[in-house]
Every structure is written in C-alpha cells, then in structure tokens.
Design a protein around this ligand. Structure first.
Ligand SMILES: NC(=O)c1ccc[n+]([C@@H]2O[C@H](COP(=O)([O-])OP(=O)(O)OC[C@H]3O[C@@H](n4cnc5c(N)ncnc54)[C@H](OP(=O)(O)O)[C@@H]3O)[C@@H](O)[C@H]2O)c1
Length: 283
C-alpha cells in the first residue's frame, strides 16, 4: 500500500517542501508520496481527521494552521508547548502527535552549515512572529548569553519575551525603529532576521529590517527568508564583512527532522538541500 504524507496550508502552491521531501522518499526507494493540499479554513477539521487513516504517515503544517491545528490533535511535544505552533504531525495508529521541528532545524542549520553554536553568544532577533518564537526557543534552550527581540509591533515583542523568560536568558524587547537598536546590534554576535522583509513575492522584497550601518563586521547574520538566496539584509551583511546564512538550510533541516519522525530513517539531507537549491534557482 502506498503511504502518504501531506502538506496542509492555505495557500501551498509556493512551497518547495513537496520537491525535497519527495526526493528523500525516492532516494530511500520508499513507496511514499508527499503532496501539498490547499485546505479551505472550514475544511481543516476534516483534513486533520483524514490524517488518522492507516495509509497516512503524517503531515507538515504551514500558514495559517500552525496554531489552529493544536486542539485538533491528540498530543503535542514540549517544543509545541513552548513555541505554541505545530509544523509536523505524526500518525501513530490513528493517534495524531504534534511536533515543531523549526527550533531544532534552525540550530542544526547554524551548527552544520556555518559552524556557529549560539551557546554563550549574544543574539538580536528581528521579528516576533511564529518563526521568531521557534528561533527564540532554540536560542534560549541552547544557552545564548542574551537575546533581544526587536519588532515593529512592540507589544508582540513583549509578549514573546514574557513567554520565553522561564526558558533562558531573554534580555528584553525593543521597537524595530528604536534608537536603542544600533547599540544592541553593535554588541550582538548574531543577528537573525525573522521578519518577512526581503522575501520575494512578499510586501517588502527590497527592504532590510535593519540599517546596514548597525551590522558589526565580525557578526553572523542569518536570514530565515530563503527566497531569494541573497536578501537585502544578507547583501548588506556581506558588504560589511559579516558571516551570512540564508534560510534554505533551516527549511531543509526542519524538513529532514520531520522525515525522520514519519519514517524512523535518517533523511538524506545533502540531497534534499541540492534539490531545494535547484528548485529555487533552476538555472
Ligand atoms: N527558513 C525557514 O525554515 C523558515 C521557517 C519559518 C518562517 N520562515 C520565514 O520567516 C518569515 C516570517 O515568518 P513567520 O511565520 O514568523 O511570519 P509571521 O508570524 O506573520 O511574522 C511576520 C514578522 O514580520 C514582521 N513584519 C512583517 N511586515 C513587516 C514590515 N513591513 N516592517 C517590519 N516588520 C514586518 C512582523 O512584524 P509585526 O509583528 O510588527 O507585524 C512579524 O515580526 C517569512 O518570510 C517566512 O517565510 C522561514
């Protein structure tokens, strides 16, 4: 019997997950299909119930259902409780377990791609949405020495700081246009863009969330945005001589962790990365 994995979201047409996940199943010669389904909001409960069927290994979950799906599942991991979002569902004999692989995917991408361990490092996070929550949890658990959250909506940044305080060394929240941003950026070892600024097809593809002048030469700048591969903040960081990492490796690593959850087998991460890169840059 062919087994199935789905990506559930709305919309899903832009996602490259089906391409690199299918490549992983094919690499291992597994009779599994990975398919994106665009689920209408009032069909979510039905789509989740369908995941309990015998031939379904599980699913990835994307915007806008990462939080909404939580009460529809039977249980969730510790990361789901901390981050407040699910990106992976595993079907175990009809029981649906929610997981979040974004935090671990972020850490694996920094450790293996640029050999950066955020433990003991000062970090400035730009953004306070869902992706920022996952990255902040990863950094707090890993033992970053300080974490500042800078966001356009300051209340949202404060709420994130409050929920993270019990986990690790969270230093505080500031507005993205605060005059304090320069000093905080200058004393940061790592700057992570978790906003959607710079994203191709997004509302502000040409903008960086931080002034180029604030990026320290010796820092590491990581962008969660993966399309384009060199975003405005990464271009600025390269120009001042900072080390950079785009979002594609995190996307693939979170997917490779999901793959292992569904199959129990190590994912062929290098192949997934290669296929994902080709999907974004066909020439
Ligand atoms: N590489 C990966 O594996 C991965 C994983 C997850 C997400 N991502 C990427 O990360 C980005 C954020 O995703 P998300 O799920 O966190 O989205 P989200 O929950 O909607 O949060 C969006 C964030 O961007 C900020 N923002 C949006 N427009 C802005 C503007 N014009 N000026 C300043 N700030 C602005 C928002 O600030 P406000 O709170 O002020 O609105 C918020 O902090 C997306 O580009 C997504 O593709 C990548």
């Amino acid at each position: 019997m062919t087994k199935k994995v789905f990506l559930i979201g709305h919309p899903v047409g832009h996602s490259i997950s089906p391409i690199f996940q299918q490549a992983a199943f094919d690499y291992h010669g597994m009779d599994v299909t990975y398919q994106a389904i665009d689920v209408d909001p009032h069909q979510l409960q039905r789509a989740v119930d369908d995941l309990r069927k015998e031939d379904i290994l599980g699913a990835n979950v994307t915007v806008p259902y990462k939080e909404l799906i939580i009460p529809m599942l039977d249980s969730g991991s510790d990361d789901v409780a901390a981050i407040g979002a699910v990106n992976t569902v595993v079907n175990t004999e009809g029981q649906l377990v929610g997981n979040n692989t974004d935090a671990e995917g972020f850490l694996k991408s920094t450790l293996s791609s640029i050999n950066i361990d955020p433990s003991g490092k000062s970090v400035l996070l730009l953004g306070a949405g869902g992706a920022a929550r996952a990255v902040a949890v990863a950094l707090a658990k890993r033992g970053s020495s300080s974490i500042f959250i800078a966001n356009r909506d300051l209340d949202r940044a404060h709420r994130l700081v409050d929920t993270l305080r019990p986990i690790g060394n969270i230093s505080g929240a500031i507005g993205l246009s605060s005059t304090k941003l320069e000093a905080i950026a200058y004393s940061s070892d790592i700057i992570v863009n978790c906003t959607s600024l710079g994203m191709s097809g997004g509302p502000q593809p040409d903008l960086s969330p931080i002034d180029k002048k604030f990026i320290p030469k010796g820092s590491t700048v990581i962008d969660l945005v993966y399309n384009p591969s060199v975003t405005p903040i990464l271009r600025d960081a390269q120009e001042v001589g900072a080390q950079t990492l785009g979002g594609l490796t995190m996307l693939v690593y979170q997917g490779s962790i999901s793959f292992k959850m569904w199959t129990g087998i190590d994912a062929p991460t290098d192949i997934m990365l290669e296929v994902a890169r080709k999907a974004l840059n066909p020439n």
